[in-house]
Design a protein. Structure first.
Lengths: 111, 111
């Protein structure tokens, strides 16, 4: 069965903190993605990776960075968290067929 | 600019009703269209549509694509309270692993 695991369901951080969101997939997928989901705005792509150590900016990369040192793990980093980064963060992975499989999401609150 | 528009944005029905959700798109180099169901957490994959006029069916859910008129519909017959969710439509562009998402339709099925 397809499995994408995000390390935290809920996270509360303070403004200015460095935040790491972790995502692991066990399907040997090449592609991994980070989205944020906000009411009225839908899912917006932050970054994606199509191979180890390879990354590409999505539609809203500002304020974020990513790391992919191993095929199964894709991390999203908020270098200095701000209140406008309070959101639901979703990780996904896919093979070349483009069906993306999603993790359960991390609801991040930045105070 | 690529665009995926879902309608209606929200819908409230009674158990047993039949509903039709709409997804129209303007995307360069269209490859396929995906439907997802999102309850409280991760979007789960429902259908992938690549060819016009071929209905995909799973139980009470079915979907069809019209590549000439650039839209897809998702039908749910004999709705149940467990069908309450946000339904997301996404388009895959050729030459890209990225999805272009609509904002979703929130379906509420009342007993």
């Amino acid at each position: 069965d397809v499995k994408v695991t995000q390390s935290s369901r809920y996270l509360v951080k303070r403004t200015g903190e460095k935040v790491f969101l972790e995502c692991v997939q066990d399907m040997d997928h090449e592609n991994m993605f980070w989205y944020r989901q906000d009411p009225g705005l839908g899912l917006r792509l932050i970054y994606f990776s199509y191979d180890v150590k390879m990354k590409e900016k999505g539609d809203i990369p500002e304020g974020y960075s990513v790391s992919r040192e191993k095929k199964e793990r894709f991390s999203l980093i908020l270098e200095s968290a701000s209140t406008n980064q309070t959101s639901m963060y979703l990780c996904a992975s896919s093979l070349a067929l483009n069906i993306q499989y999603f993790g359960a999401g991390t609801r991040l609150s930045v105070l | 600019e690529d665009k995926v528009v879902q309608s209606p944005l929200s819908l409230v029905v009674h158990e047993g009703d039949t509903v039709t959700l709409n997804c129209s798109y303007e995307v360069t180099n269209f490859r396929s269209l995906l439907w997802y169901k999102q309850e409280k957490k991760a979007p789960t994959f429902l259908f992938m549509l690549t060819s016009s006029g071929i209905e995909k069916k799973s139980g009470r859910l079915s979907s069809i694509l019209d590549k000439k008129e650039l839209f897809s519909i998702l039908n749910i017959t004999a709705t149940q309270t467990g069908d309450s969710a946000v339904y997301l439509c996404a388009v895959v562009k050729g030459g890209s692993e990225k999805l272009v998402f609509g904002k979703g339709t929130k379906l509420t099925v009342n007993p």
